[in-house]
Write a protein that binds this ligand. Structure first.
Ligand SMILES: Cc1cc2nc3c(=O)[nH]c(=O)nc-3n(C[C@H](O)[C@H](O)[C@H](O)COP(=O)(O)O)c2cc1C
Length: 182
C-alpha cells in the first residue's frame, strides 16, 4: 500500500504597495506562483480601499497550515496594510481570548531591504539585526500559539545583479515549497 504524504498548505501574504514597480517582491511573487499547495495573495490589490474582509481572511488562514508574510521593509517595519491586516484579522475570540484558530500553524516572514546586510548587525549602521527589528512577528506567533520559523531575508539591493536576484528567487521558491533543508 502506498502512503500519501500530506502536503503542507502554505499561504503567502504579499504586502507590497506597488507590486507593478517592484523588482524583488514581484520576482519572488512570480517564482512561487503555481507551486503545489501554495496560495499567494497580493494584499494591496485585494484591498485597494484598505477595507479588509476579516471573515474571508480568517477563512483563508484556517484553510492553510503555514502563513508567510512577504513585504519590503519600510522604515524598519512592515508595510501599513499588512499591519492593519494583522490588527483586523488576528481578532479577539478568534486568534486569542478564547479563540485558538491559528494555534499549531506556523508563521514566518520574507523581507527585502534596500540597505545591505552588514547595516543590520550589532555595531553596524542601524545597530539592530533583522531578527530584532522583526521580533514583533515572533512574539505575535508566541502569543497565538503559532510556531515561528526563521525568516527569508534579502538585503543590499543596490548591488544586487539580475543573476543574483534570479538565484535568490530560486532559493525563495525552495523556501516556500516543501523542499527539505528549509
Ligand atoms: C517608504 C519607504 C521606506 C523604506 N524604508 C526602508 C528601511 O527602513 N530599510 C531599508 O533597508 N529599506 C527601506 N526602503 C527600501 C525598500 O525596502 C526597498 O525599496 C524594497 O525592499 C525593494 O523591493 P521591491 O524591488 O520589491 O520594491 C524603504 C522604501 C520606502 C518606499
Amino acid at each position: 500500500m502506498h502512503e500519501e504524504v500530506e502536503l503542507t498548505k502554505t499561504l503567502v501574504v504579499v504586502a507590497h504597495p506597488g507590486l507593478s514597480n517592484s523588482r524583488v517582491n514581484a520576482t519572488w511573487f512570480k517564482a512561487i506562483t503555481g507551486l503545489p499547495g501554495v496560495t499567494v495573495i497580493d494584499l494591496y490589490s485585494r484591498y485597494p480601499d484598505g477595507k479588509i474582509d476579516i471573515a474571508e481572511e480568517q477563512r483563508l488562514i484556517e484553510a492553510h497550515d503555514r502563513i508567510v508574510l512577504q513585504f519590503p521593509m519600510q522604515w524598519y517595519n512592515c508595510t501599513a496594510l499588512l499591519k492593519q491586516w494583522i490588527d483586523d484579522v488576528f481578532a479577539d475570540g478568534w486568534a486569542y481570548g478564547g479563540g485558538r484558530a491559528v494555534a499549531g500553524k506556523t508563521l514566518s516572514i520574507a523581507v527585502s531591504t534596500f540597505s545591505k546586510a552588514s547595516d543590520y548587525q550589532k555595531g553596524g549602521r542601524y545597530g539592530r539585526t533583522l531578527e530584532e527589528l522583526t521580533s514583533p512577528f515572533e512574539v505575535l506567533a508566541f502569543r497565538v500559539d503559532m510556531r515561528y520559523l526563521p525568516g527569508f531575508f534579502l538585503s543590499g539591493l543596490e548591488r544586487l545583479t539580475d543573476v543574483q536576484l534570479i538565484e535568490n528567487a530560486e532559493r525563495y521558491r525552495q523556501y516556500i515549497g516543501n523542499t527539505p533543508g528549509y
